[in-house]
Design a protein around this ligand. Structure first.
Ligand SMILES: C=Cc1c2[nH]c(c1C)Cc1[nH]c(c(CCC(=O)O)c1C)Cc1[nH]c(c(C)c1CCC(=O)O)Cc1[nH]c(c(C)c1C=C)C2
Ligand code: 5AD
Ligand code: SF4
Length: 469
């Protein structure tokens, strides 16, 4: 779902020289290509184990205390394990593993603290997962205070939390709000009971609605809802109904992700009935129809898979050219540094990426030995910075500003010129190219990830990504 829905063309209007628009996109590789989602460049699968704790220390020691950092904290636990989910998380119904993990996070914070320059502040904090709301109120307070002790928040800091509406209550929301939570993201995915049964995730509308009311009452100013298209048994009527229910909750932002079926990566997806997944054309039409519905309700399209009300920070960032991409997807966060804490978390520094050991036991082992948990990563060359910015521009703005890259990177910016020419040769009038910029026209936006991948000099040989559409 990667286009401006205002311009999206559904049958029968999408004829183009005897070929339907969808046939044309298919011929260009929309359904066959397997390309990254570019939440970073280089992407996580190409990180090397040659980078680890030593580089992490170097990057932390080099931080400028005058520039606030963003902090991401990963909670890899859920009470239920939805079959469609590709996130790094494990199921538990007991409190002990969660409590012990919080202790490890506290220990990690103590290991990081001596490497931070005096006076460094935190501009943003995000708790993701997994399900952070698996923490009981006492652990929420303990963890938030441990983070704030090491990273004092700026006066206007933002604190966002990923919330499972079926695993949260008023006490947990009150605890989070007391600690400063002002943004929240709820998982919805789909409201249809048949679809929910097919993804192993029961979630009544009423429970979701009550959660939203509690969050609003607690003072949440920006609420995001996650949806997924391309799930088993989804069809036009069901998705339309889901979108109507979502609209009745009036979220400020919506993420509408294309279902990534990657059972070789996420074993639990073997429980998904592949024969019930929508076909290529149906999947494309589902995305178009949902996007049209959000547009009609006053939401603006943000990048390839988000929508936001015009007053929301994400829409404002998109309009002013300040939209950015990070591991959570699209963001209006302009902090150059993201410090990731917890199992599998990725830190982004000016000089490179460092990912913590991914499996929880391996992460815990490192921290218990008194080492930082960085286990993989990538040191950025100047050309990596150039290509990373080029890809981010395409993913965020559908426009690669060649002139801006020249201003920032000088002669080095010429190294992407052959790729610009190759993109124009392959995608023809779906893009425009002049001396100043490459632009993806609305009809070509479904191909955005594929076009971005032309600028990727690190495409791994064996990595099996999810589909491009
Ligand atoms: C919170 C949910 C998700 C995050 N990423 C995905 C989901 C559902 C989806 C996803 N991420 C990757 C793939 C495979 C390649 C692709 O299709 O593009 C999929 C389906 C790649 C990837 N992204 C990250 C990592 C570490 C990886 C692959 C390697 C690995 O599994 O470790 C970064 C990353 N993605 C998410 C988070 C929270 C995160 C790092 C902190 C979220
Ligand atoms: C964090 C968000 O990631 C999305 N998410 C989780 N697993 C997948 C997948 N396999 N494909 C697409 N999106 C997914 C859900 O919408 C979740 O809420
Ligand atoms: S979708 Fe959310 S609740 Fe379900 S398994 Fe994934 S992280 Fe856990």
């Amino acid at each position: 779902m990667q286009f401006d829905p205002a311009q999206s063309q559904r049958a029968p209007e999408r004829q183009k020289g005897g070929m339907t628009q969808i046939d044309r996109l298919a011929a260009l590789g929309l359904f066959d290509s397997r390309v990254p989602r570019y939440t970073s460049y280089p992407t996580a699968p190409v990180f090397s184990s040659a980078v680890g704790a030593a580089e992490q220390v170097g990057h932390l020691d080099a931080l400028d205390p005058a520039v606030p950092v963003s902090v991401y904290l990963h909670i890899p636990f859920c009470e239920r394990l939805c079959w469609f989910c590709a996130c790094r998380t494990q199921g538990t119904r007991r409190p002990e593993p969660v409590e012990s993990y919080v202790e490890t996070l506290e220990a990690e914070l103590k290991l990081v603290a001596p490497h931070l320059p005096a006076g460094l502040q935190m501009g943003r904090l995000h708790w993701g997962g997994g399900t952070p709301t698996i923490l009981p109120p006492a652990l929420i307070h303990r963890l938030a205070q441990a983070v704030k002790a090491v990273f004092p928040p700026t006066p206007d800091w933002e604190f966002s939390v990923e919330i499972d509406p079926t695993l949260v209550d008023r006490d947990k929301i009150a605890a989070l709000a007391e600690e400063g939570m002002n943004r929240a993201s709820i998982g919805i995915q789909d409201f249809n009971p048949e679809v929910q049964a097919a993804i192993g995730r029961e979630q009544p509308y009423e429970v979701t609605r009550a959660c939203v009311e509690d969050l609003r009452e607690a003072g949440i100013t920006s609420l995001n809802a996650d949806l997924v298209y391309g799930l088993p048994y989804q069809d036009a009527a069901r998705l339309k109904d889901t979108v109507e229910k979502v609209l009745s909750l009036a979220p400020d932002r919506i993420a509408l992700f294309g279902y990534a079926h990657v059972p070789w990566m996420a074993k639990r997806q073997e429980l998904i009935d592949e024969s019930a997944l929508p076909g290529d054309a149906e999947r494309y039409d589902l995305a178009c129809a949902a996007a049209d519905q959000f547009r009609a309700a006053g939401y603006e399209t943000i990048g390839i898979d988000h929508f936001a009300l015009p007053e929301d920070g994400l829409a404002k960032a998109a309009k002013s050219g300040h939209l950015r991409r990070n591991f959570q997807g699209y963001t209006d966060d302009r902090c150059p540094t993201l410090i990731g804490l917890g199992a599998s978390s990725i830190s982004r520094f000016a000089g490179g990426y460092v990912q913590n050991a991914a499996a929880t036991p391996a992460y815990v082992e490192r921290i218990e030995k008194g080492q930082l948990a960085g286990a993989r990563g990538h040191e950025m060359s100047e050309e990596d910075h150039l290509r990373g910015r080029a890809i981010e521009m395409i993913m965020c703005d559908f426009r690669l500003d060649r002139a801006a890259l020249e201003r920032e990177f000088g002669d080095l910016s010429r190294s992407i010129d052959p790729d610009l020419v190759a993109v124009q040769a392959r995608f023809g009038d779906l893009v425009t190219l002049d001396g100043k910029a490459l632009e993806i026209r609305p009809e070509g936006r479904a191909l955005t990830r594929l076009i971005a991948s032309h600028f990727d000099a690190h495409k791994p040989e064996g990595a099996r990504y999810s589909r491009a559409s």
